[in-house]
Structures are given as structure tokens and as C-alpha cells.
Write a protein of this length. Structure first.
Ligand code: PEP
Ligand code: CO
Length: 449
């Protein structure tokens, strides 16, 4: 961090992955409006999440961070939000029941709109247009009009984040996430799969445990039973948007990025002297940083120092995303140096982004076997290093989509066309998400013995 950090100090640094807005005045006009809007989260909530992540850093809890690759302006319906919540609650129930530790739930939701791209432009049939950068920037259709970055979209992203968060708060505090509803989260298309049937057994076990507790005189109407905390997160990519929602907390005087509880830096924007590291180094939210296969141990330590110089527990989550074949080779040295340095990080595994490939017809996909095998390698490496495999970071949806291959309900390349709906990366559907949760819960149970 510069000694003179301000919400705008990132503008002195090179910022990768920013759109070419048609003009600066209209962006400034929009950010002025955003400045005047209420924060989406309260700083105290972000502090509470930091505490919860501190428990993860100490090996007392597990982080489940999950949701869309890219949220869409077209699919912000109540059903879609509810179904995504259902899958997250199901996965958390499985992990907590079998793994035996509290599960801290963080959605890639209510603000996950901006996407980094491998190229600035896309060429189709000889026509070159700006790449799609997420609905907060432009539209996905391949036309000149759709692809022009439109600053008015920043306001729409804020509005959709607010309404999504409002519904999530209603569901999680108003009884929908009550643990006694554990059977209801099993959607029909999930329930009749092997993973869904296995889930029903876990839910039966939870029911029995609840009845036992009730018979022993424990009050199940306690808030801990009726309500859950679901925190929001997204990649802090569009720094004009993040800056406009950064506010000074009236209680502590510290700066918080109030667009979400937790923000992360992507693999493509994590240069030490870049704008994204500068910006997130100064806000007090818990933050994440994606760590790809090319990171060197020294570079990782420098990132830890830049992002968490005071070594606060729960402040920094390192999200490894290396690929199934690579993680086992690369992670041990990183675990070693970070442990040696005494940095209290949360280690989370993103088993999605290092395992993407295209099928013969060019469809972007991932195989569940590769995803499970990266998760396995993650737990193995932590076991060998004596460190805590603290969490999972996954792209999923509550819908019955066909975007990733494999799973106990076995999806083949020919099936991908049936319901391929993602705007960016392929997501696990509800069944595949449960397959992953079961596998991870077995490893978690071993780690927690
Ligand atoms: C993402 O999380 O959607 C993403 C782009 O990840 P990464 O920065 O790890 O490539
Ligand atoms: Co993605």
C-alpha cells in the first residue's frame, strides 16, 4: 500500500482489464450518482466476516464460496436466486454434517458482473468487436451496438445487486434457510439422482439430530437454527465502480468497499504494483487473491505483505486455481513459505479455472473428474504440510444446466447443447455441486479428525 492510500490512489497505477469507455464524462456522471447511493453492506458485517474467516485461518471452520461465473441482467429472477441459495445451503449442510466444522457461506452473488478476458477483442467471420466484459460493461450479443461499453450499466449493476441482496437477506433471515427445512432444499431434478438420494440421507440424519436435541430440551427456535449468514462477494475488477462504493465507516473511521462483504483480485490483475492490489490493500473488507500456476513463492509472500501487512487473521484468503495436474507440484512450496512467514491466510481451492477446456465443437467445458481431482490434490498437499485446507471456491448454478461434464448422473459431451446457458465459464449444476460437496466433506472429515 502507498503511504497515502485513498480510494482513488489506484488511478496512479496501471490497471489491467478495464473497458475502453466511449468517454470519461459519462463515466464520471455515473460514478457521481453511485457515490450518492446507499452502501450495499454495512462495515460491521464485513468485520464479522473477517472474524469468521479468522476461524477458518485457525482451522476451526470451512469456507464455501460459490455462485455464478458471471451474473446476468436477464436472469435476476426470484426463482434463480432462490435455487442458487438452495444449492449453497445443501452443500453447506453436507460439508458441516460430515466434516464436523462450521461452514462460512459466501456467495459469488449480488455484484459478480465484471469479467476479465484473455483478449480485448473477439473476431467472428472476419468481424472484430470488443470482447464481452460482463453485463456491468456491455452485452453479450455479437453486434457493434451491444459490445460498446455503456457506463449506465454500472447503475444497473448496483440496482440488481441491491435487489438480489435484499431477497437473499429475506430468505436467509426469514425462515427459508431454517435448518428444519433441510429436506426442502433438494430440488426435484437433484432428488432423483445418486447425489440427491445421498443428500436425503444426510437430511434424515440432521432431522434425527434435531429431534434428539429437542427432546433434550434444546430450543430449536433459536436464531442459530432459524437463520443463516450468507455473505456476498465478487471480483473487484472495475475499479471506478468499487471506488464509488467505498465509504469511511463511521464507527472505526476505516475505509470499506461497501459493494460486497468480500472482494477478490483475479489471476489476471494481481501484479504487485498494479491498480487492483493498490485499491484492495486499503479497504478493510476481507479480501481474496487468486493464485495461478505461475506464481513464485517470493511473489506470493510479497502479495501477502502488500495485502495484509498487519497480519490480521481472516483478512486474506489465497484462492489457488492451478489445474488438477499442476496443483500437487506447485502448492507444497507455497504452503511451506507462507507457513514459515507466519502469515495467517485462509487457503481456499478454486478447482474450476485451471480445468477449463474446449470440446471438439468449441464448447467451453470442465470435467467433474478433473475438478474432484484438484480438490483431492489440495487436501493431500495440506495434509502433508500440516496446514488447514480451508475452503472451496466454485462456479455453480441452481439450474439444471448442462455445462460441465461428468458427475454421478454422468453428463457427456453430446449432452452439453441441451441447456448450456452460462454467459462466461461453465458451471456445475445442482447434482454435480452435491457430488463435489460429498467428496470434499469426506476429506474434511479426515482433516478434522
Ligand atoms: C473467475 O473467478 O471467474 C475468474 C475469472 O477467475 P481467475 O481470476 O482465477 O481466472
Ligand atoms: Co469464471
Amino acid at each position: 500500500m502507498t503511504t497515502t492510500w485513498t480510494p482513488a490512489s489506484w488511478t496512479d497505477r496501471p490497471a489491467k482489464q478495464q473497458p475502453s469507455w466511449p468517454d470519461t464524462q459519462s463515466v464520471a456522471a455515473v460514478t457521481t450518482q453511485l457515490d450518492a447511493r446507499p452502501p450495499l453492506i454495512f462495515a460491521g458485517e464485513a468485520r464479522y466476516l473477517t472474524e469468521e474467516l479468522g476461524r477458518v485461518a485457525r482451522g476451526e471452520a470451512f469456507l464455501l464460496q460459490a455462485g455464478d461465473c458471471a451474473e446476468s441482467f436477464d436472469i435476476g429472477t426470484a426463482d434463480a436466486i432462490r435455487d442458487k441459495l438452495k444449492v449453497i445451503l445443501q452443500m453447506a449442510a453436507v460439508l458441516q454434517y460430515s466434516g464436523g466444522v462450521p461452514v462460512i457461506k459466501v456467495g459469488r452473488i449480488a455484484g459478480q458482473f465484471a469479467k476479465p478476458r484473455s483478449a480485448d477483442t473477439e473476431v467472428r467471420d472476419g468481424v472484430e468487436l470488443p470482447s464481452f466484459r460482463g453485463h456491468i460493461v456491455n452485452d453479450i450479443d455479437f453486434s457493434t451496438e451491444a459490445r460498446v461499453p455503456d457506463p449506465a450499466r454500472l447503475l444497473r449493476a448496483y440496482d440488481q445487486s441491491a435487489s438480489t441482496l435484499n431477497l437473499l437477506r429475506a430468505f436467509t433471515k426469514g425462515g427459508y434457510a431454517d435448518i428444519r427445512q433441510v429436506h426442502r432444499w433438494n430440488q426435484e431434478f437433484v432428488a432423483d439422482s445418486p447425489a440427491g438420494r445421498r443428500y436425503a440421507q444426510v437430511a434424515d440424519g440432521i432431522d434425527r439430530a434435531l429431534r434428539f436435541m429437542q427432546s433434550a430440551g434444546i430450543n430449536l427456535d433459536d436464531a442459530a437454527m432459524r437463520q443463516v449468514d450468507l455473505y456476498t462477494s465478487h471480483e473487484a475488477l472495475l475499479l471506478e465502480y468499487e471506488q464509488a462504493l467505498t465509504r469511511r465507516d463511521s464507527i472505526t473511521g476505516d475505509w470499506y468497499d461497501c459493494s460486497a462483504h468480500m472482494l477478490w483480485i483475479g489471476e489476471r490483475t494481481r501484479e504487485l504494483d498494479g491498480a487492483h492490489v493498490e485499491f484492495l490493500s486499503g479497504v478493510h473488507n476481507p479480501i481474496g487473491c487468486k493464485i495461478g500456476p505461475t506464481v513464485e513463492p517470493d511473489e506470493l509472500l510479497a502479495l501477502c505483505e502488500a495485502l495484509n501487512p498487519r497480519r490480521a487473521e481472516g483478512r486474506l484468503t489465497l484462492i489457488t486455481r492451478m489445474g488438477a495436474g499442476v496443483l500437487g507440484d506447485r502448492l507444497p512450496a507455497l504452503l511451506e513459505v507462507v507457513k514459515e512467514s507466519g502469515h495467517p491466510v485462509v487457503w481456499a481451492c478454486d478447482p474450476m479455472h485451471g480445468n477449463t477446456f474446449s470440446t471438439e465443437d468449441g464448447t467451453k467445458t470442465r470435467h467433474l473428474d478433473a475438478i474432484l481431482s484438484e480438490v483431492q490434490a489440495f487436501f493431500d498437499a495440506h495434509r502433508a504440510a500440516g496446514t488447514w485446507a480451508g475452503g472451496l471456491h466454485v462456479e455453480l448454478t441452481g439450474d439444471d444446466v448442462t455445462e460441465c461434464l461428468g458427475g454421478s448422473h454422468s453428463l457427456e459431451a453430446d449432452d452439453l447443447g441441451a441447456r448450456y446457458e452460462t454467459m462466461c465459464d461453465p458451471r456445475l449444476n445442482g447434482r454435480q455441486s452435491l457430488d463435489l460437496a460429498f467428496r470434499a466433506s469426506e476429506e474434511l472429515a479426515l482433516a478434522n479428525r
